[in-house]
Design a protein around this ligand. Sequence first.
Ligand code: GLP
Length: 241
Amino acid sequence: MRIIKAKDYSDMSRKAANILGAQVILKPDSVLGLATGSSPIGAYRRLVEGYNKGDLDFSSVFTVNLDEYCGLGADSPQSYRYFMNVNLFDHVNIKKENTHVPNGLESDAEKECARYEALIDRFSGIDMQLLGIGHNGHIGFNEPGAAFETLTHRVALTESTIAANRRFFDREEEVPRWAYTMGIRSIMRAARILIIVSGKEKAPIVKEAFSGAVTPKVPASALQLHGSVTLVGDEDALSLL
Ligand code: GLP
């Protein structure tokens, strides 16, 4: 695992955007695996800047997002499809039909998960997967205990994830209890993985995930088994490594 130390959130975002941008420049028809949450917002902003400056062209890029809440559609401001549109897709020249997020409104979980996994297969895999990490070590919505072999599946969110995501909703009852997520195995099939992390409160989980035991109790620890992972973290997040 290559570890790149950034000064702060802004520096982490710049470094991450440079890596993603380089991927797009070197392979204009890249398949990018994308993530939501607070961590990637700054990197997406930098990618938009790169596009506005004429440095980046997304016209041939494909994207597949990690996860989506069950029950929320593109019109819902808390959905991950909405997040991706407002933070990135609406501001660059990507073709919307080339962007993919699990369909939170599909109630047939088996059908939706099979469709999504087949989509990734059709692309012959993800060139670069961007990841954040949850406080409990989750990646995507693969919560502690998720088997490393899982592909895209529907998952019940843990209380700690519901609490962490509460800030995006008016009331706790509105936070969805279920989500579709790419599985650890789907993530591990990506050719390259870029994980970004910032803030002191993530330092303990960064230490546990990347210098502790590889165990399903800490889903992100699976990344230690991947041959091409770059971790870009700010000083606070890396302070215990
Ligand atoms: C959510 C997402 C994850 C993300 C995590 C951390 O639960 N499903 O993909 O990595 O939150 O989010 P943040 O970057 O806001 O800490």
